[in-house]
Design a protein around this ligand. Structure first.
Ligand code: DC
Length: 222
């Protein structure tokens, strides 16, 4: 069982993944990108032409599919049936459809179970997502809720998309993000809300280094 669990929850493009990776490096911990799990299940269902609204069929598919989540050279790696899908799960088509899996209580409980298994297999973990401090690890040692204003988050996401050569306008990026925020905040299970004991950090206008220092200050020597 992990002896140190740090959770980072927050909306899309608030900096969770970057900070989780850096914190994990500093603390000698593994990091878990739980969004990648929701994305991998979405991709696997789409590849197998399973209707995304059919959570029972997707759950069955999960029984017969090998999902592997690991960290390689400091980057999250996702494999489905031995195929590396780490890049593919970032496609806008997956981003657009991930809400089906994220809003299905049955699938959420299965993924939370996988997240706890990951924690059980590692001494120290930094995990990021939407419900890590509220549902998956309510007894985590330190919980963060990271936010940033929506215009800044849209700019950050656009920079990532531009770097990949995706021909998408920032207006489209901002609209897609607003839609996903709303779906994340309003689902009945695992909704995006801060845990009552979460430390709130607004990263608007702050550098990654500044946020990292703030987090390390809260974590203290461990
Ligand atoms: O962090 P991300 O953009 O890769 O997450 C993709 C989607 O997965 C996000 O829109 C909501 C869902 N998600 C979730 O519901 N719970 C988590 N713990 C992580 C992600």
């Amino acid at each position: 069982m992990a002896t140190l669990v740090i959770t980072i929850d927050g909306p899309a493009a608030s900096g969770k993944s970057t900070l989780a990776k850096l914190l994990a490096q500093k603390l000698g911990a593994y990091f878990l990108d739980t969004g990648a799990m929701y994305r991998a299940v979405t991709l696997a269902a789409m590849k197998k032409a399973i209707p995304l609204a059919d959570s029972a069929a997707i759950s069955k598919m999960m029984d017969n599919t090998d999902f592997e989540f690991s960290v390689e050279n400091g980057h999250a790696k996702a494999m489905v049936d031995g195929v590396d899908i780490s890049e593919k799960i970032r496609d806008p088509q997956i981003t657009e459809n991930v809400h089906f899996v994220a809003s299905a209580p049955l699938l959420r409980s299965r993924l939370v179970e996988m997240q706890r298994k990951f924690a059980a297999a590692h001494q120290r973990i930094v995990t990021e997502g939407r419900d890590q401090g509220t549902v998956a690890f309510p007894n985590a040692d330190v919980k963060f809720f990271l936010t940033a204003d929506s215009a800044e988050r849209a700019r950050r996401r656009q920079t990532e998309l531009d770097a990949k050569g995706a021909a998408q306008q920032i207006e489209t990026t901002a609209q897609a993000m607003a839609k996903r925020d709303s779906s994340d905040q309003n689902r009945t299970v695992g909704a995006l809300v801060p845990a009552i004991d979460a430390i709130m950090i607004d990263s608007t206008g702050l550098s990654i280094e500044q946020v990292l220092e703030t987090m390390l200050g809260h974590i203290g020597p461990r």
